[in-house]
Design a protein around this ligand. Structure first.
Ligand SMILES: N[C@@H](CCC[C@H](N)C(=O)O)C(=O)O
Length: 257
């Protein structure tokens, strides 16, 4: 059976989107999901996302990494799914939807999608890195030579090493540009390579930079390989609340396979 799909990207983090409101997609077929995400044999994407009905909210998000496995929250994917929901007429300017990590509010402002992320109350500060969960697990560490750096090899070593092992973590390398601007490159678990952008990753970097006193701002610009994102937040007693991931989400093409 032919599968109709839509391709979206958010700062170069790209996704196959499928309207699964009729529950026709076979979620058990991990190999097929990996095939659809394969850049040589399939459509090609960092992940695949299903838009499903929800009994009380606007819709439900189901996210799979490019390896075919369902995974934790995808920030850029969530923003792209909101743009897709608007295209389908499921929402207009505002959305409330359920993802694997809970409820998310979102606002559409032209091409810019603002997505509220989960509150973060634990930020682990280690001697050479910070670890936190922004819906997905993120290792954050500074790297001065960020432009000329083997992200795939270095990222994989950290992702598969102690303490993460097989379950893994996404790995973000950060260079401070100014008090408000940070450059980020991310190795993504489940893609097992660098992606051009990671939404939960830049959220983790923004909060980590604030927690490390590298910035006193609560609106941070993150320069990623595929463009620019912003993260805003409030802090109350060490708890990061009202966290928003802000940036473009763009329709690329529609097809069937
Ligand atoms: N690209 C995503 C993160 C997707 C999840 C990640 N690969 C994982 O399995 O933890 C984003 O934009 O947040």
């Amino acid at each position: 059976m032919q599968q109709v799909f839509y391709k979206y990207q958010g700062t170069g983090n790209d996704f196959v989107m499928i309207d699964n409101r009729q529950q026709t997609f076979n979620k058990q077929d991990t190999k097929r999901i990996a095939f659809l995400c394969d850049r040589r044999f399939g459509i090609g994407a960092d992940g695949l996302i299903l838009l499903e009905n929800h009994p009380d909210l606007d819709f439900k998000m189901v996210y799979y990494n490019a390896d075919g496995n369902e995974s934790s929250m995808c920030g850029n994917g969530g923003r792209c799914l909101v743009a897709f929901a608007k295209h389908l007429g499921v929402i207009t300017e505002n959305a409330v939807f359920e993802a694997i990590d809970g409820l998310h509010h979102a606002v559409v402002d032209g091409d810019i999608i603002r997505l509220q992320m989960q509150d973060v109350n634990t930020i682990e500060k280690h001697s050479k890195h910070v670890f936190l969960n922004t819906g997905s697990p993120h290792h954050v560490q500074f790297e001065e030579q960020i432009e000329d750096f083997d992200i795939k090899t270095k990222g994989a070593t950290i992702r598969y090493g102690e303490p993460y092992n097989e379950a893994g973590s996404n790995v973000n390398f950060v260079k401070k540009i100014s008090n408000q601007i940070f450059a980020v490159r991310t190795y993504e678990r489940g893609v097992e390579d660098e992606t051009l952008s990671c939404g939960t990753g830049v959220t983790a970097v923004a909060l980590a930079m604030h927690a490390l006193n590298e910035t006193d701002k609560n609106l941070i610009t993150l320069q990623v390989q595929g463009g620019e994102l912003q993260v805003s937040f409030d802090v109350e007693n060490g708890i990061y609340k009202n966290v928003w991931l802000i940036g473009p989400a763009t329709f690329v093409y529609k097809g069937s396979i």
